[in-house]
Design a binder for this molecule. Structure first.
Ligand code: PLP
Ligand code: COI
Length: 377
């Protein structure tokens, strides 16, 4: 075993120098030829790299035993709280290869802060921003050759935290593990950036007032699976949720935020404390504001969407998230409602904001916002 570099951390780390990661290289790493076959058509979430990160936490010792080790099954006690009470949170971000071969991530500090907010809601321990970013750097350095270079591909990084304590009483676990796994990724939707159809569920809600909607926790996704299945059955790629109390206000999709574009160039997006604060959405809105567009974060009714499209006041709608990036929404379908048309093309503003964002992420445009963090050096 060797200890990898870990520069002294600053800022909000609990310890003066941050965690030290111990590296155990995989003895069964795929060879170049095997890896290239996977990278030539990675899909989304199907293949995993040779290594993973683990950091343990206990109430007594805090965060300890940080390591990079071969990717493989976890050993969990069958009574581990995560398996019974879903005490779990996760993140999603990407590593992008630039034309000069360097590898970068996009606003990892924002993912770190969101993981901290999720941890607070799920009564899990907070990992410092420095240790989070270092964990990302460690896995990317161990699996650098897994960062693809073809256009629109990336290495999707999935940090997650689970309650591992073997205990069936219902209280916050006193033993927890944090892991990072990595998966080479192409487009999230099989159609790439082709406009998608969305199913409006009126039977199910994703999250309620005071619930866990704003946290990135597995339970929110578990509750979205049945309506997501309904979406597939109706020829749609994603499901749209309305607020749970009045079934009147737009919330978000199963795994993405929604933005409406008005004829006058105003971007409107739901404000709600039960949706995930998307980092992609936040960034897109900042880019739009910098171009002089007005941005409104407020409650949006489903009638406003329908009447706006019918009357020509809403001219584009798009979904956005790390996995999907920015994807135009062609139509919204549901029981007794149909907005837009399956043949609708991606809007001009949608596509140009998408291009600006991906140009920054892939290093094709200067990073004037200071959003990019280099991972390989
Ligand atoms: N909403 C949900 C439910 C999500 O799962 C995601 C994806 O992470 C988003 C929104 C978009 O968030 P971000 O842009 O940070 O990936
Ligand atoms: C992401 O975009 O990172 C998500 O977690 C959402 C999911 C659709 C993969």
């Amino acid at each position: 075993m060797t200890t990898t570099d870990n520069a002294p951390a600053s800022g909000d780390t609990p310890s003066e120098f941050g965690l030290q990661f111990e590296l155990t290289p995989s003895s069964t790493a795929r060879d170049d030829a095997e890896r290239e076959v996977i990278l030539s058509d990675p899909g989304f979430g199907k293949h995993f790299t040779d290594h993973m990160v683990t950091i343990d936490w206990s109430l007594d010792a805090g965060w300890h035993d940080a390591s990079v080790h071969p990717y493989g099954p976890l050993q969990l006690d069958p009574s581990a709280s995560v398996l019974h009470y879903a005490q779990e949170i996760f993140e999603g971000l990407k590593a992008y290869r630039h034309a000069d071969g360097s590898v970068w991530s996009f606003r990892p500090d924002a993912n770190a802060r969101r993981l901290q907010r999720s941890a607070r809601r799920l009564a899990l321990p907070e990992l410092s921003t420095d240790d989070f970013v270092e964990s990302i750097r460690q896995i990317v350095r161990a699996d650098l050759d897994w960062v693809p270079s073809a256009p629109e591909t990336s290495l999707y990084l999935r940090p997650f935290m689970i309650a591992t304590e073997a205990f069936l009483g219902v209280r916050a676990a006193q033993e927890v593990a944090y892991h990072v796994i990595a998966s080479p990724a192409g487009a999230y939707f099989t159609g790439g950036v082709s406009p998608v159809s969305i199913w409006l569920t009126t039977n199910y809600a994703r999250a309620g007032k005071g619930g866990t909607g704003a946290a990135k926790t597995g339970g929110n996704y578990a509750s979205s699976l049945l309506p997501q299945q309904e979406a597939y059955e109706n020829g749609c790629q994603q499901v749209l949720f309305l607020d749970s109390s009045e079934s009147n206000y737009i919330e978000e999709l199963g795994g993405m935020n929604v933005v409406l574009v008005k004829k006058d160039g105003t971007l409107v997006t739901p404000d709600s404390d039960s949706i995930l604060e998307g980092i992609t959405r936040d960034s897109i809105l900042e880019l739009a504001e910098a171009r002089g567009h007005r941005v409104e974060r407020r409650r949006v009714t489903i009638d406003e969407w329908r009447d706006g499209v019918a009357g020509g006041d809403i001219v584009e709608v798009f979904a956005c998230g790390t996995a999907a990036v920015v994807v135009p929404i062609a139509e919204l379908k549901g029981e007794g409602i149909h907005i837009g048309s399956p043949a609708a093309e991606g809007g001009e503003l949608t596509m140009s904001l998408r291009a600006e964002l991906t140009d920054i992420q892939y290093g094709r445009r200067p990073d004037v916002h200071g959003w990019m963090t280099r991972l390989d050096a």
